[in-house]
Design a protein around this ligand. Sequence first.
Ligand SMILES: [Zn+2]
Length: 322
Amino acid sequence: MEIPFLAQPDQLEAKIAEWQALAEARLRMDYVTSYSGHRVYGLSVSDFRSSTEGRRAHYFAQPHAHEPGATAGMMDVLEQLLTGRDLYGEPTPLDVERVLAKTVLTFNPIGNPQGRAAAPVPFWDGSRYTNDQFWCWMRGDDSDHPGHMWRRLDEWDRRVERAPEPVGIVYEQIDEYRYVEPNRSQLSAYFRLFHQLDARYHYDCWLDLHQTEFVHSPHTCEILLPIAGLASGSIAEVNHKWGQRIVDAWIRAGFRALPQPVPLGYTGEQAEYFRRNWGALHQRMNIISTEIKNNAPDAPPQFQMRAQVIAIQESIKRLLED
Ligand SMILES: [Zn+2]
């Protein structure tokens, strides 16, 4: 059987049309339009026949075009919530009727569709590109150091920077000259969509779905907590408990997960980007991230998708229990 790995903008659009025809009362579709003309979708699932007031509101998103396993995982869980079966046709383990009655779940499956559409492969499994080549696709090839990836900037302007050609797919173009990394700039469609929907649903949790290469690591998945100090008190405690729950589920499923959640380790400029864009949100709501292995033979697309599905399912189950 072909792997139902849905991660491209046209695949998302086709599924949205299918889901709208099938499950109108449980799906609300919103979007913002990127400078490139792509729609960046927020798909909200609940029982919309009655008021959603008082329901737990949970946001799921992914900012990075080079991490398609995060999209494929969200697409599979959306299929479960809207049809009762996953994309392989198996019944969902989720109690869908209870989920719909008690929660509002919003998914942004492709935060940067312009970047995703520019990727040379539907998923990164290590069979065609080394990590160095992959990283040059991600951030662009540095013309001063050919074969090495270009810089990681929150926002940049091609009138100022000597930009790589082609521009790395991690970047979203926001006007004729400027580009942003979506989770490091409020100017991204990713953040604009969140704020628009947050004004309506007032989310109290956000699972951000990522992938990384786990170079020289025995692990293939991990949970990242906010940079130390950004979340505190009961928010930090709940973040940790929630993260541990996902880690435990991965280990039960046979994945080589880092056994405990760990804080995001950035320092310097990258940490400053996070403090600026996420600091206030970490004080207000629970936010943790997945990292699932990317671009390696021991991380095939089925694994990438499955690991994200488990993280999303555990996050949903948790909402029904507290
Ligand atoms: Zn990422």
